[in-house]
Design a binder for this molecule. Structure first.
Ligand SMILES: Cc1cc2nc3c(=O)[nH]c(=O)nc-3n(C[C@H](O)[C@H](O)[C@H](O)COP(=O)(O)OP(=O)(O)OC[C@H]3O[C@@H](n4cnc5c(N)ncnc54)[C@H](O)[C@@H]3O)c2cc1C
Length: 399
């Protein structure tokens, strides 16, 4: 048994677990972070940081270094491939609402890297890679985590355990939290290319959701490459859609060119919408993907998880200074309705909008978007919601 028995145990060193650890370090609260992998993951996942998340990361002292590694992107758009018509949203309208009135296009592993570097020098955080949580036991006044490292088991004891171990959370599974919701039928195929779309498509933003005749695609720019979300054609299996020839055909539809595309990486993923009923059970709390998952459309999953970490840290601070464990329920009361009514529902709406195939319904949706951006008050209101500021304001009002 190791560590301060009063400490907080955090399971999972993704962006959410590490944001929580960084906040606890700032509050001088002891914690141990347990991460199954030997080193931080570098796979391509979240690529957008919304304004209020950047404001929070600034408080944690990592925003400047992150911004230096990414592309600050004041606009994003929904466009029609064939006509090049677009509805462009402009985040500079939020200049009085945030210190960062833009989206930052940057890979999530860069934030994880910055946190790991910072926390390796921390006084109150013990960060352990290569340590997998396998079991949790609660006693009257403690929680004990069994971890496996190099084939050996050891127990870490603490006052509270936070599961930030992602969509397939072991913590959630061990405690038997139900994770209700749906898995969407489509598979998204992510293709990464250094091709400079910005030099071939006029008026492109760094974030573009596009309707075309056969369906939809999106183009997200990151430093040095573009990430394209593509979908299998009608009648095509996932395996066929992952073939280089199929990827090439789809990229040629975005910009036709005589040379083949250079494709750096291909990855397929399914999308879900799920949430647990209560974020806490006894001495165990969930945050981030372990508690809720949504369509990446709108880029809100990781951002919402970091917002969870901030809200949860405030209640942990009260527990650390003697408050009853029940104060943690304010975290669920503040964050769960926002996850459900703002994050999951907006992501679902964004996904449905781009998956819409009926031309008449698309025209209606597009007209509505164009009217929204043409009206400054509606445009700003839309941005406050899609940038997750509205949700944070609402959460702050929940007593
Ligand atoms: C293709 C794609 C695009 C996305 N785009 C965006 C976007 O633009 N914006 C956005 O906000 N979100 C986006 N997301 C979602 C985002 O990636 C997740 O919401 C985010 O990673 C959640 O962070 P997390 O820390 O909760 O979990 P994770 O990042 O999943 O981290 C969990 C950690 O826990 C560890 N772990 C798991 N089990 C154990 C165990 N038993 N013991 C110890 N450690 C364990 C894992 O190894 C991992 O390091 C995207 C996701 C995908 C797949």
């Amino acid at each position: 048994v190791s560590g301060n028995p009063n400490q907080i145990i955090i399971v999972g060193a993704g962006p959410v677990g590490l944001a929580l650890a960084a906040r606890l370090e700032a509050m001088a609260i002891d914690c141990t972070v347990i991460e199954a992998e030997a080193a931080p993951a570098r796979d391509l996942r979240a690529s957008t940081f919304h304004p209020p998340t950047l404001d929070m990361l600034e408080e944690l002292g990592v925003a400047d270094a992150l911004i230096a590694q990414g592309l600050p992107s004041p606009t994003w758009q929904i466009r029609v491939h064939e006509t090049s018509e677009r509805a462009e949203f402009d985040l500079s309208l939020l200049k009085d609402d945030t210190r960062h009135p833009y989206r930052l296009q940057c890979e999530q592993h860069r934030l994880v890297g910055l946190f790991v570097e910072k926390l390796s020098r921390a006084r109150h955080v013990d960060l352990r890679f290569g340590s997998r949580l396998v079991d949790i036991v609660e006693t009257d006044d403690r929680v004990e985590a069994t971890i496996e490292r190099d084939g050996r088991r050891e127990t870490v004891r603490g006052r509270l355990l936070v599961g930030t171990d992602g969509a397939r959370s072991t913590v959630r599974e061990r405690l038997g939290f139900a994770f209700d919701g749906v898995t969407y039928p489509e598979t998204t195929i992510l293709a990464v290319t250094p091709f400079r779309f910005e030099e071939h498509i006029p008026d492109l933003s760094n974030v573009n959701y596009v309707w075309n005749r056969t369906g939809t695609y999106s183009l997200l720019r990151l430093p040095g490459f573009w990430r394209c979300s593509l979908y299998p054609d009608a009648g095509e299996t996932i395996e066929q859609a992952l073939e280089p020839a199929s990827i090439e055909r789809k990229l040629q539809r975005v910009v036709a060119r005589p040379e083949p595309y250079e494709v750096l990486e291909i990855r397929a993923y399914r999308v879900h919408m799920r949430i647990v009923g209560d974020y806490r059970r006894g001495r165990v709390v969930l945050a981030g993907d372990a508690a809720h998952i949504n369509s990446p459309s709108g880029g809100m999953g990781m951002n919402g998880g970091i917002h969870d970490a901030f809200a949860l840290s405030e209640e942990i601070e009260r527990v650390w200074h003697g408050a009853d464990l029940d104060v943690i329920d304010r975290y669920t009361a503040r964050r769960r309705p926002i996850a459900e009514q703002e994050i999951l529902s907006q992501a679902d709406r964004n996904r449905r909008r781009m998956q819409e195939r009926d031309p008449a319904r698309r025209a209606e949706l597009f007209a509505e978007l164009r009217e929204t951006v043409a009206d400054p008050a509606r445009h700003r209101a839309y941005l406050l919601r899609s940038s997750m500021i509205e949700g944070l304001r609402r959460a702050g009002q929940i007593a």
